[in-house]
Write a protein that binds this ligand. Structure first.
Ligand SMILES: [Zn+2]
Length: 130
C-alpha cells in the first residue's frame, strides 16, 4: 500500500499537506508491516519507523483505525521529506547528533528522542491535521 492511498482514505490529503512534504510524492512512499524483531528494538510507544521512502508500521496500526493511521502517516511523510532534503548521511547525522546532545545534557532516552529537531518538526506538522 502506498502513503497517498492512506491519506485519501483517511480524508487528510490536502494541498497544504502536499506543500509541506514537497517534493515527496506520497504515492511513491511505501508502507510495510514492521516485523516482530523491528518492533522489539523500537521500544514502547513507537508505531512506525521511516527509512527513506519506506515506512515500517506496527501491524496493529496498519490494520486499525484508518483516520489514526492517516495522522501517523503524515508524521512519517515529514520524515520522508527530511530524508530527501538531507540525504542519507545528513539525516542520520542530524538525528543522532541531536539525540546525543540531549543525552549529554542529562535528558532521558525518551526526552532526548522527543527533543530531536527532526521529530519536533514532524510532530508540529502532524498536529496541524489532528
Ligand atoms: Zn518521528
Amino acid at each position: 500500500m502506498n502513503a497517498g492511498r492512506v491519506l485519501r482514505e483517511s480524508g487528510v490529503d490536502t494541498d497544504e499537506l502536499r506543500a509541506l512534504v514537497h517534493p515527496v510524492q506520497p504515492e511513491q512512499v511505501w508502507l510495510r508491516s514492521a516485523s516482530p524483531f523491528m518492533m522489539r528494538i523500537w521500544g514502547s510507544g513507537i508505531q512506525a519507523l521511516t527509512v527513506r521512502r519506506w515506512i515500517f508500521v506496527d501491524p496493529r496500526a496498519l490494520n486499525g483505525d484508518r483516520a489514526k493511521l492517516g495522522i501517523l502517516i503524515i508524521h512519517e511523510l515529514v520524515h520522508v521529506r527530511q530524508w530527501s532534503d538531507l540525504g542519507v548521511p545528513g539525516f542520520l547525522w542530524r538525528y543522532l547528533a541531536d539525540y546525543l546532545r540531549g543525552r549529554r545534557a542529562g535528558l532521558t532516552h525518551r526526552d532526548s528522542y522527543l527533543a530531536i529537531d527532526l521529530e519536533v518538526e514532524a510532530r508540529e506538522i502532524q498536529a496541524r491535521f489532528q
